[in-house]
Design a protein around this ligand. Structure first.
Ligand code: PEP
Ligand code: MG
Length: 329
């Protein structure tokens, strides 16, 4: 199997009915970057909290600048999506303790950074400075629940943009206004896509948190692990609705949760209309291989059946039957 996957490694990511699918990498450390360079993919999600978690204090603006510069320069022709700090929940910062009874429902992602604009501004300034002369910076906001949070974040990003443009005005290349997007991972945003689309350039679906919050199942709690499944028909119907709404709003959308890196997940997402999938680097070759054997027209037949299922296990059976029929199981 590994050999068969490998034999397709450098072939274009298109379905058997010629639909191109863009594969992107989820990253969070520079080691993964090297892998990403090898495979020539862009970065659909760079989790900036990971380098923050490995330190003993907040990295300074210049330390962050160095890091983001290295990432943006690693693939200047590809889109690079840097997500603003997503700490809280299961991702603690040793030097910024948060004690809460319900951390996943508490001070997480933009909730924290909008309450601490100095943290947010330093990070965005570092990203913008690093983007000088490049055109690939995309800034992604985690844990957005309300339109007002996007307004607040956009205001701060604008402020940083004006400051940095002014500081760098002697540079010939200058900086470009970054593209700004939001994570769709809190169920409330499913009902606000049309409003959000007017304020952002792109969306990125976080299936890990979307599953956790839709099913009210802690994604890290072993006791309820059996209840946590992104193949739950409720999650799939939400994902399908998101794809349709993003299409109607004419706003690009990527899926960056774990589901995109699973063969069964990738084919369901393609059937829903998603064309950009971001995943851990080690899944890229396998998913490329699956996509090269999949057929969107056939998947369009499979999707209504999957969405009509009552149990995640039925969906998994349907999907496995399809993968087996293509000898991909
Ligand atoms: C997600 O929630 O699906 C996601 C990609 O973000 P993270 O796993 O970092 O919360
Ligand atoms: Mg998330």
């Amino acid at each position: 199997l590994a050999e068969r996957i490998e034999s397709h490694a450098n072939k274009p990511c298109v379905t058997t009915d010629d639909q191109p699918i863009t594969l992107l990498v989820n990253a969070g450390l520079s080691a993964e970057l090297e892998l990403q360079q090898m495979q020539g993919a862009g970065i659909g999600l760079y989790r900036t909290e990971i380098p923050f978690m490995l330190r003993e204090r907040f990295p300074s603006e210049s330390e962050q600048y160095e890091l983001y510069l290295q990432i943006l320069q690693s693939a200047p022709q590809q889109e690079i999506t840097l997500r603003t700090l997503d700490v809280g929940g299961d991702k603690p910062l040793p030097y910024f303790p948060i004690n809460e009874e319900n951390p996943f429902l508490g001070w997480r992602g933009v909730r924290l950074t909008l309450d601490h604009p100095e943290i947010f501004l330093v990070q965005v300034r570092a990203m913008l400075r690093a983007s000088a002369g490049l055109h690939n910076l995309h800034i992604l906001l985690p844990m957005i629940t309300s339109v007002s949070e996007v307004d607040d974040a956009n205001r701060l990003i604008n402020q940083a943009y004006h400051e940095v443009s002014e500081e760098l005005k002697s540079l010939p290349q200058g900086i470009q206004r970054p593209r700004v997007g939001v994570m769709l991972e809190v169920p409330a945003v499913i009902y606000q896509i049309a409003h959000l689309a007017k304020k952002v350039d792109f969306f990125s679906v976080g299936t890990n948190d979307l599953t956790q919050y839709l099913l009210a199942v802690d994604r890290n709690n072993a006791r309820v692990a059996d209840l946590y499944s992104s193949y739950h028909p409720a999650v799939l119907n939400a994902l399908s609705s998101i794809a349709q709404q993003c299409h109607l709003a004419n706003t690009p959308v990527t899926v960056c949760g774990e589901l995109a890196g699973e063969p069964g997940g990738a084919i369901l997402l393609m059937a829903m209309g998603y064309r950009k999938l971001s995943m851990n680097a080690h899944n890229i070759r396998k998913i490329n291989w699956v996509i090269r054997h999949a057929n969107i027209a056939e998947l369009n037949f499979l999707l209504p059946d999957a969405l009509a299922c009552q149990h995640p296990s039925e969906v998994v059976c349907l999907v496995n039957d399809y993968l087996n029929s293509k000898d991909l199981g």
